[in-house]
Design a binder for this molecule. Structure first.
Ligand code: V47
Ligand code: SF4
Length: 358
């Protein structure tokens, strides 16, 4: 019953308020919530569910920040710390790019290294582009871009345009966590503020770089904090239109200093559905199978999601924190997953163009 008024608004194409959004998170009626979100997803993407052939690369896990939810990062010299050379990065990519069905995108995200200069990052992007001109480079979160601008002493705009000229194609959505300062200060006190994250994304969009957005949920935040986060993203998207997909990231507690519990399947599905309904100006909601698991991701495709990410190949951030999934799935497995969820698999490129029929 509680959802009746919201349903009417959604069906009439009216925008939901923060109060409506709270109701979505608070409802127990997940079936009505899922159906409503699914209706909106169908309006935007029909029955299509997207996937991509991609590979993740983490150039280093050495990081000057110490986010309390992060089990991936290490200090310099600490056991388990690693640094990849550009040759090693090229070596990881080559078999995937030269395969009969090559990856179309590399996703590059890492720690904030205390010594690497900006030129190392530029060289990394340039060399990937030189070796594999057709590979799309989706790299560096807003947190990394801010750091690169500080170490290079270049303005944000100049940092972004230099990276773009060197081959950066788009940016992932990490580092957003939860924007509300009181929560953010407990999660990751050294990290840039939520406001700065939004500023960096705004600058990227103005520079013609499309990005994603994320929200880390299921730790110490309240549903009101989630709603605040979604509304801030929606408001920036109204201004720039530069976000492609929104990805709720389910908190994984193992080996972290924050501890806590894994999220529940119910909360995962509610968060997908509420995001779909609140972010009316986002084209895509991604069910990141690495964090949700294959089965919840399938259900998420019936709760408003239209994308499951990709083949990944190697995943360190979630798996350091107790990820329960495999690190990679083949395109065939992704197609099967999507079909069994009653959706039409579409292999996409980084801008959601169809690559070939699934
Ligand atoms: O920024 C860190 C999160 C993010 C944990 O844009 C954790 O297409 C859960 O942003 N439990 C990186 N999450 C991953 C990311 C991403 C992944 C896939 C696709 C895209 C995209 C973006 O992972 C970090 C942080 O928010 N994270 N530790 C943890 N223990
Ligand atoms: Fe560093 Fe990112 Fe981990 Fe925070 S989440 S400690 S910024 S690698």
């Amino acid at each position: 019953m509680m959802l009746e008024r919201i349903r009417s608004k959604v069906l009439a194409g009216e925008r939901l308020t923060g109060r409506d959004a709270l109701r979505l998170f608070e409802t127990d009626d997940i079936f009505s919530l899922g159906m409503l979100a699914s209706t909106v997803a169908a309006r935007k993407n029909g029955k299509r569910a997207y996937f991509i052939r991609n590979r993740h690369i983490n150039p280093t896990n050495i990081c000057v920040n110490r986010c309390r939810f992060c089990a991936f990062s290490r200090s310099k010299g600490q056991k388990g710390a690693f640094e990849l050379t550009i040759e090693e990065i090229i070596g990881k990519l080559r078999p995937e790019v030269e395969a009969s069905r090559p990856i179309s995108e590399v996703h590059v995200v890492g720690g904030l290294h205390p010594d690497w200069p900006f030129t190392y990052y530029l060289e990394m992007v340039r060399e990937i582009k030189r070796q594999f001109p057709r590979l799309h480079i989706k790299a560096f979160t807003a947190v990394e871009i801010d750091y690169l601008s500080r170490i290079s002493k270049l303005s944000l705009d100049k940092t972004l345009s230099t990276l773009k000229q060197s081959g950066l194609g788009s940016m992932p959505g990490g580092g957003a966590e939860i924007f509300v300062p009181s929560v953010r200060n407990r999660l990751c006190p050294e990290k840039i503020s939520g406001r700065r994250w939004l500023e960096v994304m705004s600058a990227a969009h103005k520079a013609g770089i499309r990005t994603n957005a994320t929200m880390l949920y299921g730790h110490i935040e309240t549903v009101a904090d989630r709603v605040d986060h979604l509304l801030k993203l929606r408001s920036l998207q109204d201004k720039t239109g530069g976000f492609q997909a929104f990805i709720p990231l389910a908190y994984h507690p193992k080996n972290t200093r924050m501890r806590g519990r894994y999220t529940s399947g119910i909360d995962d599905l509610k968060t997908i559905a509420a995001s779909r309904l609140v972010l009316d100006n986002f084209d895509h909601i991604k069910a990141y199978w690495i964090m949700l698991g294959e089965k919840i991701s399938q259900l998420a495709l019936r709760f408003g999601a239209d994308d499951v990410d990709g083949t990944i190949i190697e995943e360190k951030i979630t798996h350091a924190a107790g990820g329960l999934t495999a690190e990679q799935l083949t395109a065939d497995q992704l197609v099967h997953m999507i079909k069994k969820a009653g959706r039409i698999p579409v292999e996409r490129d980084s801008f959601y163009h169809r690559v070939r029929p699934g």
